[in-house]
Design a protein around this ligand. Structure first.
Ligand code: GLV
Ligand code: MN
Ligand code: MN
Length: 424
């Protein structure tokens, strides 16, 4: 860094907030359930593409050199004094679930751009280049595998696997990349950065409950996603005796209840289980369901306990099949990631930055999945969490962090990036 480099960097919170609210208008909708304005920017939809174009425009305005890889991941690069030095990378995602707020992922991307704007204004040249990344389909709700763009960038998943994934209408990710103009020319495998730091809202209650503004993230718990299809037999609702039914809907309901029993038993560590998608076919009032399709999302910080929970679920499916003639099930793996610990030295830089900004912090494990857990395979990585309001609710239009909370989180990001970018 230049000799005039400050010890710490404070960003323009109003400008950051303006970017967050401007981006939230892209894909905005009026949410009937909450009466709030939500965000729907599923990956590689027209709304996501419009959001990406806006982010690229902001990157270019900030003087970043933009490249797009074959997964549609976007990187904006600010050169350092030593362009051969490995890059300090920050970023996140701007795709959203269908009922999102303005912050999930966007804070990390727009925070990264805000850091660059601040470096520009202060005339700071870092030793290492700094890049801001925007990863494709982090949410995994359109094409069924989460952290997809970063997983391909890190080499855990292959480009062909990712391109062949389909949404519920049968459209492939590869075709949607081409349609939206984001099938970039650059190799999707990322050269290992020097370090990766991601700023993200906590999406949980811990920071608020402890009245602490900053979280230093120690790692991400394991995630298991499966799609289960129950095959039963369609039959007349009025005439078919209960003893002759193979009711796929009932079997699905029993799976949901069983998952909750696994959680409540306490026998599988700190297990969380969610069935967020369930449809029955033919989906008509007077027909016993012939088929049920459901997703199962399991989370566990302990990989051994996660494996035991998956085995218990598989055993229950087997039991269900045996419980009625005509009932069968098939399971498809959608996504699976192990517990990922973050780098302690990067956590220390973050904690020191928070101290230097006079911000209290605590260390916590991430309950949600993040691009950082993939990039952690390439380089020392950690995350900064920003406190959320309303119990940290997320994946809901109520998701909210105050302008002050966002600005302070990005201050910590700025100082952390500045210091990492100056390391030899
Ligand atoms: C990402 O939002 C996740 O599902 O954890
Ligand atoms: Mn996110
Ligand atoms: Mn999310």
């Amino acid at each position: 860094m230049t000799s005039s480099t400050p010890e710490k960097l404070t960003v323009d919170g109003d400008r950051l907030w303006q970017s967050l609210t401007d981006l939230a208008e892209i894909g905005a909708y009026d949410d009937e359930r909450t009466g709030l304005r939500g965000v729907n920017r599923l990956a590689l939809t027209d709304a996501d593409a419009a959001g990406r174009r806006q982010v690229i425009a902001w990157m270019k305005e900030a003087g970043l050199t933009v490249r797009i890889d074959r997964m549609g991941n976007i990187y904006g690069r600010r050169e350092g004094a030593d362009p051969a030095a490995r890059t300090v990378l920050t970023g996140s995602h701007i795709d959203s679930v269908a009922t999102a707020g303005a912050f999930d992922g966007c804070l990390g991307v727009l925070g990264g751009i805000e850091v660059v704007r601040t470096l520009n204004e202060r005339g700071i040249t870092t030793r290492r280049p700094i890049e801001v990344g925007v990863f494709t389909e982090e949410e995994g709700v359109r094409f069924g595998t989460d952290m997809l763009g970063s997983a391909v960038a890190a080499g855990r998943l292959g480009l062909e696997y990712a391109h062949a994934l389909t949404d519920r209408d049968g459209r492939t990710l590869g075709d949607e990349l081409a349609r939206t103009g984001f099938a970039g020319p650059v190799d999707a495998r990322l050269d290992p950065p020097y370090a990766y730091v991601e700023c993200h809202i906590e999406q949980g209650p811990v920071l608020a409950e402890n009245d602490v503004p900053i979280g230093v993230v120690t790692g991400v718990q394991g995630i298991s996603w499966q799609e289960i299809t129950i095959h039963g037999r369609a039959a007349h609702a009025g005439t078919t005796p209960t003893r002759l039914r193979a009711d796929a809907g009932l079997a699905a309901a029993r799976i949901i209840v069983r998952l909750r029993e696994l959680v409540d038993s306490g026998d599988y560590g700190d297990l969380r289980a969610t069935v967020g998608h369930l449809t029955v076919h033919p989906d008509l009032t007077n027909i016993v369901p012939a088929r049920a399709e459901m997703t199962v999302d399991l989370r566990n910080p302990d990989d051994v306990q996660m494996a035991r929970a998956e085995e218990a679920l598989a055993a229950f499916l087997h039991e269900l099949e045996g419980s009625r003639p005509g009932l069968a099930s098939t399971t498809r793996r959608m996504a699976k990631t192990a517990y990922v610990p973050f780098d302690e030295s990067v956590q220390k830089v973050i904690a020191q930055a928070a101290d230097d900004h006079g911000l209290a912090h605590l260390s916590l494990l991430s309950g949600a999945g993040h691009d950082a857990q993939e990039i952690a395979a390439l380089c020392p990585t950690a995350m900064i969490f920003v406190r959320g309001e309303y119990d940290g609710i997320s994946h809901n239009p109520r998701e909210y962090s105050t302008p002050e909370a966002c600005a302070r989180g990005v201050d910590v990001l700025a100082t952390t990036l500045l210091r990492l970018a100056d390391q030899d």
